[in-house]
Write a protein that binds this ligand. Structure first.
Ligand SMILES: [Zn+2]
Length: 64
């Protein structure tokens, strides 16, 4: 079964283990996709935002 990544469009290849599966899978682009499959059919897919979304510190601009 192939799952289309919602982030980059890559077709993530899943083996038979995922024919009846619920949980997150990871794409090559690093995106996390929450899926639910039943008897080899995709029932649900959602793009999971990254957990560690710490805002990048802008460096070089701070004056002490
Ligand atoms: Zn992707």
């Amino acid at each position: 079964m192939k799952i289309n990544c919602l982030s980059c469009g890559f077709k993530v290849d899943l083996d038979d283990t995922y024919d009846d599966f619920e949980g997150p899978i990871k794409c090559i682009c690093g995106a996390l996709l929450e899926i639910r499959t039943d008897e080899g059919a995709l029932k649900f897919i959602k793009l999971v935002p990254p957990l560690h979304t710490k805002s990048k510190r802008t460096e070089g601009g701070a004056t002490p």
